[in-house]
Design a protein. Structure first.
Length: 80
């Protein structure tokens, strides 16, 4: 059991047996890269748990991190 580990949006495609986990945050500009990395590591256990419970083939984590000033990371378009 994973305590207090909820994501903003979880989409499960039962036909293709895939899951999409999306988490958003609006940090300060200087903490943008570390925030994105933290979001991914925090949701890894949740992704594995969802994969096991729903018997899925694949799960994906998409952190959508935009700074207060509108700055985004290099990976933003890949996650969008």
């Amino acid at each position: 059991m994973i305590g207090l580990n909820r994501s903003d949006v979880v989409l499960i495609d039962r036909e293709n047996k895939t899951a999409l986990i999306t988490d958003t945050e609006v940090p300060l500009t200087h903490t943008l890269p570390s925030t994105e990395a933290r979001k991914i590591t925090k949701r890894e256990n949740l992704a594995l748990e969802i994969k096991n419970v729903w018997q899925l083939n694949d799960e994906s984590i998409y952190p959508l991190v935009i700074s207060v000033e509108g700055v985004v990371t290099r990976n933003f378009l890949k996650y969008l």
